[in-house]
Design a protein around this ligand. Sequence first.
Ligand code: CP
Length: 308
Amino acid sequence: MAKCLKNLINISDLSTDQMFDLFNVADSMKEILDKKKTCDLCKGKILATLFYEPSTRTRLSFESSMMRLGGSVLGFSSASGSSVSKGESLADTIRTVAGYSDIITLRHPNEGSARVASQFSHVPIINAGDGGHQHPTQCLLDLFTIRKEKGKFENLKVLISGDLKFGRTTHSLAIALARLGAKLYFASPPGLEMPDYITNQLKKDMNVIPSVSHDLKEYIGLSDVVYMTRVQRERLGEMEYLKYRGSYVLSEKTMEEAKKDTIILHPLPRVGEITPNVDKDPRALYFQQAYNGVPVRMALIAMLLGVV
Ligand code: CP
């Protein structure tokens, strides 16, 4: 299975079998992480992290993953610290860094950039977020967390909420969950609805038509999973951002409407969508979710390098 996967650009690049294989490998990786240990599966291998946009979780968890696998990392955390600031193209940067590394993870503001990068690289490319398009590795850790907590996807009621227009994590997650048989509920402020190209794909490829609302509270009570997201300030004008900021907030009061076994996820960072007093609620799993990014990315790196 592992050798068949060359890059991870879209969540649809993974078959369902490959996804479950990855989760099984991630279970083993989590045992290593939980014990704060390392292994030498990727000894002598180098991961490049090329981040043209800010990141805390994705970049650092990728770096942590490669270190736990016994490999090394290099890269940049902003375009300004690299020759991109001198005008170097993505293609030339990728051609160069592919010679310095064994695998590349790329975050870039342009939709489709990871696909372009894969055309100029002889080493695997992992999409760590391309504009408002996709974030497949976030999706994998979201799914891994849901699987750990709920043990299934079939008929699970999942509410995906917030900025669905620009929230790339929601695009990848909706497509994957639909494929896995979950029931989808979308709640977003008017103007930030799920893009047509995603809803069309859900209907055309999976015959899934999500329930849609502009009211966060409408589906909270029936949901098994509530997936909150922030308004993507970096993809909106400032006036638009101010209009949407604070429109959806999950508070202790809102949590009273959720079921006892509902889990609350958020890809983070949060910027006010979940009040801090929700953190102590045992249903709030977003920091566990962020932790799960390491074993999932360890598994992905190992699969793409063909060492598992
Ligand atoms: N979830 C996520 O992509 O977080 P970062 O932007 O911190 O990487």
